[in-house]
Design a protein around this ligand. Structure first.
Ligand SMILES: Nc1ncnc2c1ncn2[C@@H]1O[C@H](COP(=O)(O)OP(=O)(O)OP(=O)(O)O)[C@@H](O)[C@H]1O
Length: 319
Protein backbone atom coordinates (compact mmCIF):
# COMPACT_ATOMS: atom_id res chain seq x y z
CA UNK A 1 0.00 0.00 0.00
CA UNK A 2 1.14 3.52 -0.61
CA UNK A 3 0.59 6.65 1.39
CA UNK A 4 -1.92 9.02 -0.14
CA UNK A 5 -1.53 11.73 2.49
CA UNK A 6 1.75 12.75 4.10
CA UNK A 7 1.86 15.77 6.41
CA UNK A 8 5.01 16.75 8.25
CA UNK A 9 5.89 19.33 10.89
CA UNK A 10 2.65 21.28 10.59
CA UNK A 11 2.44 24.47 12.60
CA UNK A 12 -0.49 26.86 12.50
CA UNK A 13 -0.60 29.90 14.74
CA UNK A 14 -3.46 32.28 15.29
CA UNK A 15 -3.29 35.76 16.71
CA UNK A 16 -5.54 36.02 19.72
CA UNK A 17 -6.01 38.69 22.34
CA UNK A 18 -2.81 38.90 24.34
CA UNK A 19 -0.62 36.92 21.96
CA UNK A 20 -0.55 33.93 19.69
CA UNK A 21 -1.83 30.38 20.02
CA UNK A 22 -0.34 27.49 18.16
CA UNK A 23 -3.49 25.59 17.20
CA UNK A 24 -1.27 23.01 15.52
CA UNK A 25 2.24 22.75 16.89
CA UNK A 26 4.42 20.36 14.92
CA UNK A 27 1.92 17.67 13.91
CA UNK A 28 2.59 15.03 11.29
CA UNK A 29 0.24 12.43 9.79
CA UNK A 30 0.47 9.69 7.21
CA UNK A 31 -2.57 7.98 5.72
CA UNK A 32 -2.33 4.89 3.57
CA UNK A 33 -4.46 4.88 0.46
CA UNK A 34 -7.86 3.31 1.06
CA UNK A 35 -7.68 3.46 4.86
CA UNK A 36 -9.30 5.60 7.55
CA UNK A 37 -7.15 7.43 10.05
CA UNK A 38 -9.04 8.81 13.05
CA UNK A 39 -7.80 11.98 14.69
CA UNK A 40 -8.92 12.12 18.30
CA UNK A 41 -8.31 14.41 21.26
CA UNK A 42 -10.28 16.81 23.37
CA UNK A 43 -11.97 19.94 22.14
CA UNK A 44 -9.56 22.66 21.05
CA UNK A 45 -6.49 20.45 20.59
CA UNK A 46 -6.21 21.33 16.89
CA UNK A 47 -8.05 18.56 15.04
CA UNK A 48 -10.20 20.75 12.79
CA UNK A 49 -7.30 23.05 12.01
CA UNK A 50 -5.26 20.02 10.97
CA UNK A 51 -8.11 18.92 8.69
CA UNK A 52 -8.26 22.34 7.05
CA UNK A 53 -4.49 22.36 6.54
CA UNK A 54 -4.63 18.96 4.82
CA UNK A 55 -7.37 20.19 2.48
CA UNK A 56 -5.45 23.32 1.57
CA UNK A 57 -8.20 25.48 3.06
CA UNK A 58 -5.59 27.10 5.27
CA UNK A 59 -1.87 27.61 4.85
CA UNK A 60 0.47 26.31 7.55
CA UNK A 61 3.08 28.61 9.11
CA UNK A 62 5.48 25.68 8.92
CA UNK A 63 5.44 22.18 7.53
CA UNK A 64 4.23 20.44 4.40
CA UNK A 65 1.26 18.42 3.16
CA UNK A 66 1.42 16.06 0.21
CA UNK A 67 -1.67 14.42 -1.24
CA UNK A 68 -1.06 11.89 -3.99
CA UNK A 69 2.51 13.17 -4.31
CA UNK A 70 1.38 16.78 -4.88
CA UNK A 71 2.54 19.39 -2.44
CA UNK A 72 -0.74 21.04 -1.42
CA UNK A 73 0.65 24.37 -0.28
CA UNK A 74 3.21 24.78 -3.04
CA UNK A 75 0.61 24.62 -5.82
CA UNK A 76 -0.64 27.66 -7.66
CA UNK A 77 -4.35 28.42 -7.89
CA UNK A 78 -4.90 26.16 -10.83
CA UNK A 79 -3.01 23.23 -9.39
CA UNK A 80 -4.82 23.54 -6.09
CA UNK A 81 -8.15 23.67 -7.87
CA UNK A 82 -7.31 20.45 -9.70
CA UNK A 83 -6.17 18.83 -6.47
CA UNK A 84 -9.33 19.98 -4.66
CA UNK A 85 -11.31 17.67 -6.89
CA UNK A 86 -9.43 14.81 -5.34
CA UNK A 87 -10.14 15.79 -1.71
CA UNK A 88 -13.34 16.95 -0.11
CA UNK A 89 -14.62 17.85 3.34
CA UNK A 90 -17.67 16.52 5.15
CA UNK A 91 -18.46 18.83 8.07
CA UNK A 92 -20.26 18.32 11.32
CA UNK A 93 -23.41 20.27 10.79
CA UNK A 94 -25.23 19.74 7.52
CA UNK A 95 -27.50 22.72 8.37
CA UNK A 96 -24.51 25.05 8.22
CA UNK A 97 -22.78 23.43 5.29
CA UNK A 98 -25.74 23.19 2.88
CA UNK A 99 -27.03 26.32 1.19
CA UNK A 100 -30.66 26.56 2.30
CA UNK A 101 -31.71 28.44 -0.81
CA UNK A 102 -30.64 25.68 -3.16
CA UNK A 103 -32.51 22.47 -3.85
CA UNK A 104 -30.90 19.15 -3.01
CA UNK A 105 -30.34 18.59 -6.73
CA UNK A 106 -28.61 21.95 -7.14
CA UNK A 107 -26.48 21.36 -4.06
CA UNK A 108 -25.23 18.00 -5.30
CA UNK A 109 -24.73 19.25 -8.86
CA UNK A 110 -22.83 22.36 -7.80
CA UNK A 111 -19.34 20.82 -7.72
CA UNK A 112 -20.02 19.24 -11.13
CA UNK A 113 -20.95 22.65 -12.48
CA UNK A 114 -18.04 24.48 -10.85
CA UNK A 115 -15.56 21.94 -12.21
CA UNK A 116 -17.33 21.87 -15.58
CA UNK A 117 -17.90 18.14 -15.57
CA UNK A 118 -19.57 17.10 -18.80
CA UNK A 119 -22.57 14.82 -18.99
CA UNK A 120 -26.12 14.63 -17.71
CA UNK A 121 -25.97 16.35 -14.32
CA UNK A 122 -29.54 15.36 -13.44
CA UNK A 123 -28.84 11.69 -14.04
CA UNK A 124 -25.65 11.98 -12.01
CA UNK A 125 -27.57 13.59 -9.14
CA UNK A 126 -30.12 10.78 -9.17
CA UNK A 127 -27.36 8.20 -9.12
CA UNK A 128 -25.58 9.97 -6.25
CA UNK A 129 -28.79 10.16 -4.23
CA UNK A 130 -29.24 6.43 -4.70
CA UNK A 131 -25.62 5.83 -3.68
CA UNK A 132 -26.28 7.53 -0.35
CA UNK A 133 -29.57 5.60 -0.02
CA UNK A 134 -31.85 8.58 -0.55
CA UNK A 135 -34.77 8.65 -2.92
CA UNK A 136 -34.02 10.44 -6.20
CA UNK A 137 -37.33 12.25 -5.63
CA UNK A 138 -35.61 14.36 -2.98
CA UNK A 139 -33.72 16.28 -5.69
CA UNK A 140 -36.40 18.97 -5.78
CA UNK A 141 -36.58 19.46 -2.01
CA UNK A 142 -34.81 22.05 0.14
CA UNK A 143 -32.49 21.20 3.06
CA UNK A 144 -34.97 22.44 5.69
CA UNK A 145 -37.47 19.85 4.47
CA UNK A 146 -35.08 17.02 5.32
CA UNK A 147 -34.09 15.33 8.57
CA UNK A 148 -30.58 15.76 9.95
CA UNK A 149 -29.55 12.30 8.73
CA UNK A 150 -30.91 13.01 5.24
CA UNK A 151 -29.09 16.33 5.12
CA UNK A 152 -25.81 14.71 6.05
CA UNK A 153 -26.36 12.13 3.29
CA UNK A 154 -26.86 15.01 0.85
CA UNK A 155 -23.61 16.57 2.08
CA UNK A 156 -21.87 13.24 1.52
CA UNK A 157 -23.40 12.91 -1.97
CA UNK A 158 -22.03 16.34 -2.83
CA UNK A 159 -18.64 15.45 -1.36
CA UNK A 160 -18.32 12.34 -3.56
CA UNK A 161 -19.80 13.93 -6.71
CA UNK A 162 -16.36 14.58 -8.20
CA UNK A 163 -15.16 11.11 -7.26
CA UNK A 164 -12.50 12.27 -4.82
CA UNK A 165 -9.92 9.94 -3.30
CA UNK A 166 -9.63 11.63 0.07
CA UNK A 167 -12.39 12.81 2.44
CA UNK A 168 -11.83 14.80 5.61
CA UNK A 169 -14.83 14.00 7.79
CA UNK A 170 -14.89 16.46 10.69
CA UNK A 171 -17.25 15.13 13.37
CA UNK A 172 -19.58 13.96 10.59
CA UNK A 173 -22.23 12.45 12.85
CA UNK A 174 -21.95 14.30 16.15
CA UNK A 175 -24.79 16.71 15.28
CA UNK A 176 -27.12 13.81 14.45
CA UNK A 177 -29.51 11.84 16.62
CA UNK A 178 -27.85 8.80 18.08
CA UNK A 179 -30.32 6.61 16.22
CA UNK A 180 -29.10 7.80 12.80
CA UNK A 181 -25.41 8.12 13.61
CA UNK A 182 -24.73 4.45 12.95
CA UNK A 183 -26.51 4.59 9.59
CA UNK A 184 -24.35 7.48 8.41
CA UNK A 185 -21.19 5.84 9.72
CA UNK A 186 -22.13 2.63 7.92
CA UNK A 187 -22.67 4.64 4.75
CA UNK A 188 -19.18 6.16 5.07
CA UNK A 189 -17.78 2.70 5.61
CA UNK A 190 -19.58 1.25 2.62
CA UNK A 191 -18.40 4.11 0.41
CA UNK A 192 -14.89 3.44 1.56
CA UNK A 193 -15.15 -0.24 0.65
CA UNK A 194 -16.79 0.40 -2.70
CA UNK A 195 -14.65 3.32 -3.80
CA UNK A 196 -11.37 2.71 -2.01
CA UNK A 197 -11.68 6.11 -0.33
CA UNK A 198 -9.11 7.41 2.10
CA UNK A 199 -10.45 9.16 5.21
CA UNK A 200 -9.28 11.47 7.89
CA UNK A 201 -12.03 10.96 10.44
CA UNK A 202 -12.05 13.64 13.14
CA UNK A 203 -14.11 12.58 16.10
CA UNK A 204 -14.65 12.77 19.83
CA UNK A 205 -16.57 9.56 19.73
CA UNK A 206 -14.19 6.74 20.49
CA UNK A 207 -16.84 4.06 19.96
CA UNK A 208 -17.31 5.26 16.38
CA UNK A 209 -13.59 5.57 15.84
CA UNK A 210 -13.16 1.99 16.89
CA UNK A 211 -15.79 0.95 14.39
CA UNK A 212 -14.56 2.95 11.41
CA UNK A 213 -10.84 3.67 11.65
CA UNK A 214 -7.93 1.44 10.68
CA UNK A 215 -5.50 3.62 12.57
CA UNK A 216 -5.81 6.28 15.24
CA UNK A 217 -3.74 9.41 15.86
CA UNK A 218 -4.12 11.02 19.28
CA UNK A 219 -3.63 14.77 19.42
CA UNK A 220 -2.75 16.79 22.47
CA UNK A 221 -2.17 20.55 22.26
CA UNK A 222 -1.49 20.55 18.55
CA UNK A 223 0.81 17.56 18.42
CA UNK A 224 0.38 13.88 17.78
CA UNK A 225 1.27 12.06 20.98
CA UNK A 226 0.41 8.53 19.88
CA UNK A 227 -0.43 6.76 16.64
CA UNK A 228 -1.14 3.16 15.86
CA UNK A 229 -3.42 0.41 14.66
CA UNK A 230 -6.92 0.99 16.10
CA UNK A 231 -7.38 -2.35 17.86
CA UNK A 232 -3.85 -2.31 19.30
CA UNK A 233 -4.04 1.27 20.46
CA UNK A 234 -7.35 0.67 22.23
CA UNK A 235 -6.10 -2.55 23.77
CA UNK A 236 -2.75 -1.22 24.93
CA UNK A 237 -2.42 2.58 24.91
CA UNK A 238 1.20 3.56 25.48
CA UNK A 239 0.92 7.31 26.10
CA UNK A 240 -0.52 8.35 29.48
CA UNK A 241 -2.78 10.86 27.72
CA UNK A 242 -4.23 8.15 25.49
CA UNK A 243 -4.74 6.03 28.58
CA UNK A 244 -6.69 8.82 30.27
CA UNK A 245 -8.67 9.57 27.13
CA UNK A 246 -9.73 5.95 26.80
CA UNK A 247 -10.39 5.56 30.51
CA UNK A 248 -12.60 8.68 30.46
CA UNK A 249 -14.73 7.27 27.67
CA UNK A 250 -17.92 5.78 29.02
CA UNK A 251 -19.27 2.98 26.96
CA UNK A 252 -20.37 3.59 24.33
CA UNK A 253 -19.76 7.34 23.97
CA UNK A 254 -17.10 9.77 25.16
CA UNK A 255 -19.05 12.96 24.50
CA UNK A 256 -21.10 12.71 27.65
CA UNK A 257 -17.96 12.74 29.72
CA UNK A 258 -15.83 15.35 28.02
CA UNK A 259 -15.52 17.98 30.68
CA UNK A 260 -12.42 16.85 32.62
CA UNK A 261 -10.41 16.31 29.47
CA UNK A 262 -11.60 19.54 27.97
CA UNK A 263 -10.23 21.38 30.97
CA UNK A 264 -6.86 19.85 30.27
CA UNK A 265 -6.91 21.48 26.88
CA UNK A 266 -7.83 24.86 28.23
CA UNK A 267 -5.21 24.74 30.93
CA UNK A 268 -2.60 23.55 28.48
CA UNK A 269 -3.54 26.11 25.86
CA UNK A 270 -1.63 28.79 27.74
CA UNK A 271 1.60 26.83 27.76
CA UNK A 272 3.07 28.29 24.60
CA UNK A 273 6.64 28.58 25.91
CA UNK A 274 6.88 25.23 27.60
CA UNK A 275 9.90 23.17 28.35
CA UNK A 276 9.54 19.45 28.65
CA UNK A 277 6.49 17.39 27.80
CA UNK A 278 3.30 19.38 27.22
CA UNK A 279 1.33 16.75 29.09
CA UNK A 280 3.67 16.65 32.12
CA UNK A 281 1.67 19.14 34.25
CA UNK A 282 -1.27 16.73 34.11
CA UNK A 283 0.51 13.43 33.86
CA UNK A 284 0.29 11.15 36.91
CA UNK A 285 3.54 9.50 35.82
CA UNK A 286 5.64 12.61 35.14
CA UNK A 287 9.22 12.70 36.37
CA UNK A 288 11.83 15.45 36.40
CA UNK A 289 12.94 14.31 32.98
CA UNK A 290 9.42 14.90 31.62
CA UNK A 291 9.42 18.45 32.97
CA UNK A 292 12.69 19.36 31.27
CA UNK A 293 13.00 17.18 28.15
CA UNK A 294 10.33 17.30 25.46
CA UNK A 295 9.69 13.74 24.20
CA UNK A 296 9.56 13.35 20.44
CA UNK A 297 7.11 11.06 18.71
CA UNK A 298 9.15 7.89 18.15
CA UNK A 299 8.50 4.45 16.79
CA UNK A 300 7.72 1.58 19.15
CA UNK A 301 7.46 -2.10 18.31
CA UNK A 302 4.36 -3.12 16.40
CA UNK A 303 4.06 -0.15 14.07
CA UNK A 304 3.12 2.16 16.93
CA UNK A 305 4.53 5.59 17.75
CA UNK A 306 4.29 7.51 20.99
CA UNK A 307 5.74 10.73 22.38
CA UNK A 308 6.49 9.65 25.93
CA UNK A 309 9.87 8.94 27.53
CA UNK A 310 8.33 5.96 29.25
CA UNK A 311 6.14 4.59 26.46
CA UNK A 312 7.74 1.14 26.65
CA UNK A 313 7.34 0.79 30.37
CA UNK A 314 4.38 2.98 31.37
CA UNK A 315 1.72 0.99 33.12
CA UNK A 316 -1.85 2.08 32.65
CA UNK A 317 -2.60 5.32 34.42
CA UNK A 318 -5.27 4.79 37.06
CA UNK A 319 -8.52 6.25 35.76
N1 LIG B 1 -9.39 31.13 13.09
C1 LIG B 1 -8.95 31.03 14.35
N2 LIG B 1 -8.57 32.12 15.05
C2 LIG B 1 -8.11 32.03 16.33
N3 LIG B 1 -7.99 30.88 17.00
C3 LIG B 1 -8.38 29.74 16.36
C4 LIG B 1 -8.88 29.76 15.02
N4 LIG B 1 -9.17 28.47 14.64
C5 LIG B 1 -8.86 27.72 15.71
N5 LIG B 1 -8.40 28.47 16.74
C6 LIG B 1 -7.95 27.98 18.06
O1 LIG B 1 -7.05 26.93 17.83
C7 LIG B 1 -7.23 25.86 18.75
C8 LIG B 1 -7.54 24.58 17.99
O2 LIG B 1 -8.82 24.68 17.37
P1 LIG B 1 -9.47 23.48 16.51
O3 LIG B 1 -10.83 23.93 16.10
O4 LIG B 1 -8.52 23.06 15.47
O5 LIG B 1 -9.58 22.33 17.62
P2 LIG B 1 -10.45 21.02 17.62
O6 LIG B 1 -9.60 19.99 18.26
O7 LIG B 1 -10.95 20.74 16.25
O8 LIG B 1 -11.66 21.39 18.56
P3 LIG B 1 -13.20 20.94 18.48
O9 LIG B 1 -13.19 19.48 18.75
O10 LIG B 1 -13.83 21.75 19.57
O11 LIG B 1 -13.67 21.32 17.12
C9 LIG B 1 -8.36 26.32 19.66
O12 LIG B 1 -7.78 26.90 20.81
C10 LIG B 1 -9.07 27.36 18.85
O13 LIG B 1 -9.70 28.30 19.69
Amino acid sequence: MSELVVAEGLVKRYAVRGGTVAAVDGAGLRIEQGTALALVGESGCGKSTTGRLLLGLERPDEGTVEVGGESVHALGKRGLRALRRRMQPVFQDPYDSLNGRMTVGQIIAEPLRVHRVEGDAKAKVRELLKTVTLSPDLAGRYPHELSGGQRQRVAIARAIALEPEFLVCDEPVSALDVSVQAQVVNLLRRLQDERGLTYLFISHDLALVRHLAHRVAVMYLGRIVEEGDTAELFADPRHPYTQLLLAAAPRPRVRENRAPLQRLGEAGGALAERTGCAFAPRCPLATDRCRTEDPKLRPLPGGRSAACHYAETAEAVPA
